[in-house]
Design a protein around this ligand. Structure first.
Ligand code: PBG
Length: 325
């Protein structure tokens, strides 16, 4: 295996050759587009730190979902910005809640789009934590039944997949049990299994108005330094009944995606999160990076690391670029 017999450049000489030997092909079929639902009608407000991403009322969500479907993107994930917040996130359970009504709108319009919902409390609690507070701490077990009820109300509204992102222990099992009890045994669970306590969620917290009002999320989200713990989290969630798992964020955790992909026989998702999106957008706007080129490179890297699905705010652009290829 040595030069001059071997010349790897032979297979890089033309576009046709490079394409023939390409190992990873980024596809629109694996993309999931995140969307933020707010109350009202005709509301469409761009998020400052996330150019082209909007907080939108259900009617506008439906319009964008039509576009998402026509681009060949198979799924959206919905986040809610409720009208009211309280210590227990009660507004997340209402059949008239922002997410529930948005799902119903999408269902009535008969779109083929898969609807995934984020199941968590942080968008709905006045303190901004992902669980209820007891004695100054985020209480694990007291949060589980609220999450399960929230997942149930999403299923009732017509969600295809529920995606718990709170990182409470035991929530996948609690949600599975609640769904099964109410004959939603066919609703799948995509667990945010390895969710790290990351600085890259900053812009999302502006978009979802979900920043914690005191403290941080270190007591429930994972320490960025750990990978074996990620495998343990995934194993536990699968034992509790998760159908798909997710690693989040994506870019600083490509090794985690790879390890999960190698270790478990389930679809692996990766969340290319708001801060990863904002960095690219900001650099591109300054003319410092070629946006199309780096986005395709980033997402190809995430897929190469073993992600079957990528949740990304770039999804619509990527679908257009791949179509034009
Ligand atoms: C919380 C949740 C977060 C994201 C998705 N679900 C933020 C957090 O944990 O604070 C972040 C997504 C992103 O940054 O794009 N339930």
């Amino acid at each position: 295996m040595s030069f001059p017999t071997h010349r790897p450049r032979r297979l890089r000489r033309s576009a046709a050759l490079r394409s023939m030997v390409r190992e990873t092909r980024l596809t629109t079929a694996g993309l999931i587009y995140p969307m933020f639902v707010c109350p009202g009608k005709n509301v469409r407000q761009e998020v400052g730190s996330m150019p082209t991403i909007h907080q939108q009322s259900a009617d506008q969500i439906l319009e964008e979902c039509r576009e998402v479907e026509s681009l060949g993107i198979p799924a959206v994930i919905l986040f809610g910005l409720p009208e009211t917040k309280d210590p227990r996130g009660a507004s997340s359970l209402s059949s008239q809640g922002v997410v529930q009504r948005a799902i119903e709108g999408i269902r009535k319009a008969n779109l083929k789009l898969l609807v995934i919902t984020d199941v968590c409390l942080c968008e709905y609690t006045d303190h901004g934590h992902c669980g209820v507070i007891e004695n100054g701490e985020v209480a694990n077990d007291a949060t589980l039944s609220i999450l399960a009820q929230q997942a149930l109300s999403h299923a009732r509204a017509g969600a295809d997949i529920v995606a718990p992102s709170d990182m409470m222990d035991g929530r996948v099992g609690a949600i599975r049990e609640m769904l099964d009890e109410h004959k939603f045994e066919n609703i799948a669970i995509l667990s945010y299994a390895a969710k790290y306590c990351s600085g890259f969620y900053g812009p999302f917290r502006e978009a979802a108005q979900s920043a914690p009002q005191f403290g941080d999320r270190r007591s429930y989200q994972m320490d960025p330094a750990n990978v074996r713990e990620a495998l343990k989290e995934v194993r536990l969630d699968l034992e509790e009944g998760a159908d798909m798992v997710m690693v989040k964020p994506a870019l600083p955790y490509l090794d985690v995606i790879w390890r999960v992909h190698e270790t478990f026989d389930v679809p692996v998702g990766a969340y290319n999160v708001s801060g990863e999106y904002a960095m690219v957008k900001a650099a591109a706007r300054n003319g410092w990076l070629d946006e199309k080129r780096v986005v395709l490179e980033i997402l190809t890297g995430i897929q190469r690391a073993g992600a079957d699905n990528i949740l990304t705010y770039h999804a619509k652009d990527v679908a257009r670029w791949l179509k034009a290829c």
